[in-house]
Design a protein around this ligand. Sequence first.
Ligand code: AGP
Length: 604
Amino acid sequence: MCGIVGYVGSEPAAHLLIEGLEKLSYRGYDSSGIATLHNRHFHRVRAKGKLEKLKEKLEGQENLATIGIAHTRWATHGMPTEANAHPHQNDKVSLVHNGIIENADSLKKMLLQQGYEFESETDTEVIAHLLHYHLTQGLNPQQALQKLQETLRGAYALGILFAQDLNRIYIMRHGSPLVVGRGETGHFIGSDALALGEWCQQFCYLENGDFGWIEQGRLSLWNEAGEPCERSFQHVSVVSENQSKEGYPYFMAKEIHEQPQVIRQTLSAYLDFETFGIKEDFAALKSQGYKRVQIVGCGTAFLAGRLGKYWLEGIAGLPTSVEIASEFRYCQKPIETDTLYLFISQSGETADTLAAHEIVKAVGAPTGAIVNVPHSTLDREVDLSLYTYAGAEIGVASTKAFTAQLCALYALSLCLAPDHKKLKEHFEVLKSLPGLVQQTVDRIEKEAPRIAMDLAKTEDMLFIGRHTLYPIALEGALKMKELSYVHAEGYGAGELKHGPIALIHAGFPTIALLDESALKEKTLSNVQEVQARGGPLYGLVSEGALTAEQEASFKDILYLPKTSEEVSPFLMTIAVQWLAYFTAMVRGNDIDQPRNLAKSVTVE
Ligand code: AGP
């Protein structure tokens, strides 16, 4: 989603800003722009599309300004055009914004009455003109910001240049995250620390309502009440993760291949395979005596929670509810202090998940996160973080972060299980997991293209599964939608008769997930129902799970290594990832940055 970078210091700013934007590009964007300030004039360059377009425009321009702001935009208000790209400006103010201003329409109306003209359809331009208006009313930049803060409703992180203030970038934050980085040659701002890791190791995370400015060697802040405040810098070593594809055609392919290692790392962070014990930090959770678990997340993270529910209930015996964050935050569910509230997020910056967490925190109930990005907002706000050791995930479609979330959930279920003596079997099963996942990654990579060729020709499809394979059917449908743009639905196989079976016809494929579980025969009955209505069937099947006669119902089958019921959801996950990947490839889609999507969804 939108990204912000800003720099003020002794070096020319433009090239630093572009490098910062490149680091943020994984978040997804559709236009970009920079503005520098020199001799009281803004020099702004913006472009629609990829950063390359912006770089082409900047090529050959000598720009010695040592202060500037930059932005990657993911369209919310208005199409992805150059006119809507940030920075937005007038002769006094130039600014970049992440978030959404909810009262932009009424503010715009007021500004139109004051004679302001708008060249974009964005909510951000309203902020630029509102600040301009306050300056013309005799306020200085700091006073104008305070006034702004009282007026704006919604979420915002802002980096602002005032033409009258040559050496400062003004900053302000409410809802959307903003971080200040201290570098050797100057101060930076960023929407996340990842953009600044190359130059900074000391970071200060702004609190909600903070506003102020950065200069070359200084940060000055005021809190929401307008009182000066100190926020400390902390040492954060942003691991400059390898953002190269390492020979793979797409980050997604690389990240699918990384899963055996990610699983190994995440499991061994929590489980001791030598002693069959739970690692100490994690075991402390057990003494809390939770009665229930409430999981909250969005998209793929939510679906990890849907699968985790089976383990938390089946292994730990804890009633578990799972809710999407955008509903949880408004559902007025009673918050109970003997419930563990568990927020799952790869980025730790998802606006809905953060808002849901705030509600629980306000009541004082215990909160935990399964999170992949250390120092992210969620990581900083929860009582306890269970990290997933997936490393930076660049592909917009989540793959390795999902399997790492599953590992953390499985390990958590073991930790919370009442009788640890019965757990040995689970340890044995999990020990074999990385190897089985490796076999699946390699095998299905070779075989999935065959089925993907068929799937790419359709516009609708269905994934079905039961029990722990039901959430994977949902995840398969989500992956397929976001990557191939084919309409896909995931259903619990037993639910087919209650409506979706009406969709079945010769051009509507159903992908059935089948393993050697007690419910296999029931899923096979549902497969028969599809076959009887002429729907083409494809199977993702554990080796040995079908007889020759049962195989005959399917047009094609991808066989996964034979394994236990506990492990098969992991292997099925790999299969649905490759299926979506190759279907998207056949359709010629942008695999790492699918249309309309953002990696980190920082607005509601
Ligand atoms: C997954 O493929 C998606 N791109 C998306 O659903 C994602 O999982 C969701 O936006 C939640 O993100 P988070 O894990 O960073 O909170």
